[in-house]
Design a protein. Structure first.
Length: 207
């Protein structure tokens, strides 16, 4: 039986009381800390770590996820932090938040139940939601950790050139500000030494 994205992520979050650390993704912090806050859209927000951090920096944040459980936790964490975030539930293959934003962030928007081409389609919609002068920030895994010999899923990892080609954004309208591969130490579950590579792309839309 085919598992939908909503079913998969509900099960994923209900397995544990807390999945993520609550801290923002470091690539988001690296790329956004210098920017003047405006409106932001956080895609696949999970338990809210990125969205809450953005709100604490002065951004007016709309954050979306397919999992009602994740959004319920995120709402509670935002209340504890004393910040306001607009939380919306979307299956991004079916519905997408309305409006345009100074920042659209997609941090590690991978899914083991996504069919081929789905992530690229969502990211093209994300680009459409960027306001003139705004940024699209995409971070994602470039592959499995070096110690992993039998990957559990096929995520369809991309190189940066492959992802830029899939986005197919007009070069007279978009400027690539960041296109980096970041290598970090990433130990295995039994202490295996290894590394993981992540891609980060920041693009600016012309005004």
């Amino acid at each position: 039986m085919t598992t939908t994205a909503q079913e998969f992520w509900e099960d994923f979050y209900q397995e544990r009381d807390q999945v993520w650390s609550g801290r923002p993704n470091q690539l988001l912090v690296r790329e956004i800390a210098e920017l003047t806050p405006g409106t932001a859209l956080d895609l696949g927000c999970g338990e809210g770590g990125d969205a809450i951090w953005l709100a604490q920096q002065g951004w007016r944040v709309t954050a979306v996820d397919v999992s009602a459980t994740a959004l319920e936790r995120a709402t509670g964490h935002a209340a504890d932090a004393g910040v306001t975030v607009t939380w919306e539930r979307h299956d991004l293959t079916a519905t997408f938040p309305t409006g345009h934003f100074d920042l659209v962030s997609a941090q590690f928007l991978h899914s083991p139940v996504a069919p081929e081409g789905e992530r690229e389609s969502i990211l093209r919609q994300a680009a459409d939601a960027v306001a003139p002068g705004g940024r699209l920030l995409v971070a994602g895994h470039a592959g499995w950790p070096t110690w992993m010999t039998e990957p559990p899923h096929d995520y369809g990892f991309h190189t940066i050139p492959e992802l830029l080609a899939a986005l197919d954004l007009p070069t007279d309208e978009w400027t690539v500000e960041t296109a980096d591969v970041i290598h970090t130490d990433h130990a295995g579950p039994n202490g295996e030494a290894g590394q993981r590579a992540d891609n980060v792309i920041r693009l600016r839309r012309a005004e």
